[in-house]
Write a protein that binds this ligand. Sequence first.
Ligand code: T4K
Length: 392
Amino acid sequence: MKHQVNDLAMFGGSSVFAQPLFVGRPSVGDRSRFFERLSQVLDRQWLTNNGPLVREFEGRIAEVAGVEHCVAVCNATAALQLLHRALGVRGEIIMPSMTYVATAHSARMAGLTPVFCDVDPLTGCLDPAAVESALSERTSAVLGVHLWGQPCAVEDLTKVADRHRLTLTFDAAHALGCTEQGRPIGGFGEAEVFSFHATKVVNSFEGGAVVTGNAALADELRALRAFGAADGAIRSVGTNAKLSEAGAAMGLTSLEAFPATVRHNRANLKAYRTELDALPGVRVLPFDESASANCQYAVALIDAEVTGVHRDLLVRALAAENVIAQKYFSPACHQLEPYAGAVRLPNTERLAEQVIALPTGPATSVEQVRLVGELLRYLVSHGPELSARVGR
Ligand code: T4K
């Protein structure tokens, strides 16, 4: 592949890949099915406002999540905001900082104060003991995030929430189709939120949903997503956060491809592990083989003290080779301008320095994954030389 460091694309050599490989290429499913559905939408001339495809999509997602109710909305950020509003949470909400900024923004937009607390150093998910230490008299809720599709410590977080009478919800944007102790993600806490953004394992172009077993909560969310309207009257102050029929047509089609997408992602993740597991200073996040996991993110942690090369330099070197990796999530939320403050979260900060999400999904083949693995091995084994030439 590369014989000397000068062969790297960042030093003028040719790129390993002619076309870019991405982390979040959409899983669109069968195009003809999608166009058929879209054509039906046009024939019906019913494009939005709780149309038949949105209701069908909600039914399918509720089945996957093993819950009674699913309320589809225009994206997961809006879903989280509406959920906070519908539950009437106030004051402080404890959440991890190792998440996409949408988790924090949606709380802030709903008038809450996000309180970031530290995470488990191995999984990046909320540490229940740290949650307990972050409690104050203003705390009214805890929001767990199933980071990269791994279920967070649901059982222990439930105990903490019960003990302190806090509202517990989950950001499950990454975790459609994952299970925790045999139970599907979707049925924990008061409610959970999925994302169907283009980059997610099931997409509706843009989209999201709240799933819950609570009928009254679902009813309130349905009103809130449509101007506060229910039974022909406006009963509360709502917004417009509806999912369109075109979005639902894509959601249903993408969902049909979901089992194949997951099989593909699993094979990719296995290939990354085979390629990289023996590499000192590099840890590919495992998946629980006994549980179902969607494996939509192939995440590796790079310990620069061992490899002699920082994650940032690897991301640059990979990009030159047309491997477009992502730093999900770096900086962490508490390091971003709107949330910057005095809080120090050592485990989160270490992960934010190390994390790299590598290309996967249906558009990335196992053979391509093997080449990315080989390339990363080359970069890491020449880490000190690279760092000496380029810095970070
Ligand atoms: N909670 C968590 C834990 C989340 O991760 C997210 C979103 C949310 C809540 C909120 O969900 P939504 O409100 O979005 O439903 C992306 C996504 O925009 C975002 O949905 C996602 N998480 C986050 C982790 O990633 P960016 O800024 O990295 O996206 P972007 O546009 O750079 O795309 C990433 C890669 O995907 C690109 O390199 C190319 C590829 N891509 C992207 C798009 C949009 C495609 O191939 N096709 C596409 O259409 O945020």
